[in-house]
Design a protein around this ligand. Structure first.
Ligand SMILES: Cc1cc2nc3c(=O)[nH]c(=O)nc-3n(C[C@H](O)[C@H](O)[C@H](O)COP(=O)(O)OP(=O)(O)OC[C@H]3O[C@@H](n4cnc5c(N)ncnc54)[C@H](O)[C@@H]3O)c2cc1C
Length: 501
């Protein structure tokens, strides 16, 4: 019908075809043991939901309503005791080493009961992903060691991402927009480090975190090529917390203001800057976009999973209501219009899940998860005894050549097409999952009438919580534009985007 050579030539001419078959390519290349591991994670999440999340979700929401300054340490300590902040730290760094895509299955489960609590766990891994995206192996090792130590001591050591500024939210997520926006967090290079001045807002888990992955700029007139990524520890002189936002949903997860006033950050805490990036193949602006794409490709799939969790929560409450209520003397569930509505809700949730699964396959094939999901590496890290890793691998991770090697492998060897597929599919997962969440909340509230508006029926809380998902990790509009950029416009360079002339 068509020869192998013709197929190869066709794909070379039409690379866009690749993005619809990532899962099929991945199935034969990625380790089959990942499935059993994901099942284990889901079972653990359900146990945690039953014992911790569901019994406490409404109470935490109410507590925050009455006292917005409350810091939910009681929940964070429980999550820490259950080992949830180290489950996805790779074995090579001393963690439990569950495969990264399984975190989405976990977040969907927790999110189906309470998105605030899902975020109290998920944001730690967003911070971790940002640290990892710099491929500064020595600092990644330190972040892992501190989180592990926090688990052992019972004093959680969480990581946050400090990117958004009072005057720049969407702008800091896209280098094309950055230079035209009004970023203001300044990092001035001085002897031995940087002096930071500026403010970050809406930082999830800010007040609860020990480490903050701070994104600042050495030249405020040209931020895209002067981005400085810093690891800032709580307690550093010149760094303080400001207000906590009073927001419509996810009340249990604090959104904090972080303030930097002549805050000195030593060179040893610089994750990445222009100096470290100068040996890379791409220019600084392109590399900074690549870094943003690395971490958002991972975390946007996670937010898509939050959205699917919300869609599931709304579906569950609607189904429950339909099973226990009557209309015209018949159980509600026996009415065909209700059956159609529930089928629609099921579809929203299933399609959202397919989207984040596909995005994770792409990240496993072409993005951040690639190394640990190659079969040989996967089984090697699983089977090597901990004492061997501790003796042979851990000490190597401090060496500058390891960081240089990882950066070569990740930054220089990732092709433009691979960046586009991972980033574009992650955006697709983000807006599909979160729109599905909101859509199901609307349908659930329509079905449930006044009952759905009651706090104890949970549906109204899920709706308040889900709305926020359409805004963070890039608004859904920005994610639609990113999909356009990566998967539609990438083959047509004449298309103007982000006001580009
Ligand atoms: C609950 C919550 C938690 C958060 N957690 C964190 C966190 O942990 N760390 C962190 O750094 N940030 C966090 N954020 C911030 C979040 O990432 C930003 O809110 C988000 O990026 C949007 O920025 P903005 O709110 O400033 O909106 P704006 O950028 O002001 O956007 C306003 C509107 O304009 C549209 N818009 C803007 N620019 C464009 C454009 N070029 N083209 C088309 N439309 C455009 C947007 O889509 C939106 O509709 C959080 C936000 C929330 C709500």
């Amino acid at each position: 019908m068509i020869s192998k050579r013709e197929i190869k030539a066709f794909l070379a001419k039409h690379p866009a075809f690749d993005d619809i078959s990532v899962s099929q390519q991945a199935v034969s290349k990625q380790p089959s043991a990942m499935l059993a591991e994901t099942r284990k994670v889901v079972a653990y999440a359900r146990k945690f939901n039953e014992e911790v999340v569901r019994p406490y979700a409404l109470t935490l929401d109410m507590t925050m309503q009455e006292n917005p300054a409350h810091l939910p340490w009681e929940f964070v300590k429980k999550a820490n005791d259950w080992g949830l902040y180290t489950l996805w730290i790779p074995k090579l760094f001393g963690g439990k080493g569950f495969n990264f895509p399984s975190i989405c299955a976990f977040l969907e489960e927790i999110g189906s009961e309470c998105l605030a609590m899902a975020n109290l766990i998920g944001v730690h891994y967003l911070g971790f992903a940002v640290g990892c995206s710099s491929w500064n192996v020595r600092l990644i090792k330190q972040l892992c060691a501190d989180t592990l130590q926090g688990e052992q001591s019972g004093e959680p050591a969480l990581i946050s991402l400090a990117l958004t500024e009072p005057g720049a939210g969407t702008d800091v997520e896209e280098t094309e927009l950055m230079d035209k926006g009004s970023v203001s967090c300044h990092a001035k290079k001085v002897d031995g480090g940087y002096i930071v001045n500026g403010t970050k807002v809406f930082i999830s888990n800010g007040h609860l975190s020990r480490w903050h992955m701070l994104i600042a700029y050495a030249d405020l007139g040209k931020p895209s090529s002067s981005t400085v990524m810093l690891a800032v520890e709580t307690g550093t002189k010149g760094f303080s917390f400001g207000r906590m936002e009073k927001k419509m949903g996810q009340k249990g997860c604090p959104a904090s203001e972080l303030m930097f006033d002549n805050c000195f950050i030593p060179d040893e805490n610089v994750l990445f800057d222009a100096e470290q990036g100068k040996k890379l193949k791409r220019g600084l602006s392109e590399t900074n976009m690549q870094i943003i794409d690395f971490y958002f490709a991972a975390s946007r799939a996670g937010v898509g999973a939050f959205g699917v969790g919300a869609a599931r929560g709304a579906y569950r409450e609607a189904l429950n209501y339909a099973m226990t209520s009557e209309l015209n003397g018949r159980p509600l569930i026996d009415h065909e219009w209700v059956q159609c509505l529930l089928a629609e809700m099921y579809k929203n949730m299933a399609l959202g899940r397919f989207a984040y699964l596909e995005a994770n396959y792409a990240t496993g094939m072409h993005g951040m998860y690639k190394l640990l999901q190659q079969k040989q590496m996967y089984y090697l890290t699983k089977l090597t005894p901990k004492f061997v890793i501790d003796k042979t691998i851990l000490p190597l991770l401090d060496k500058p050549w390891v960081t240089a090697l990882m950066r070569k492998a990740y930054f220089d060897m990732q092709s433009e097409r691979e960046i586009d597929i991972t980033s574009g599919l992650a955006s697709l997962a983000k807006f599909s999952g979160t729109d599905a969440g909101i859509r199901n909340c609307h349908l659930a509230l329509e079905l449930m009438g006044q009952s759905g508006l009651r706090h104890d029926r949970r549906a109204e809380k899920i709706m308040r919580d889900a709305k926020l998902l359409q805004i963070y990790e890039g608004t859904n509009q920005l994610n639609r534009l990113n999909l356009f950029k990566c998967l539609i416009a990438s083959g047509t360079p004449d298309v103007k985007m982000f006001g580009r002339q």
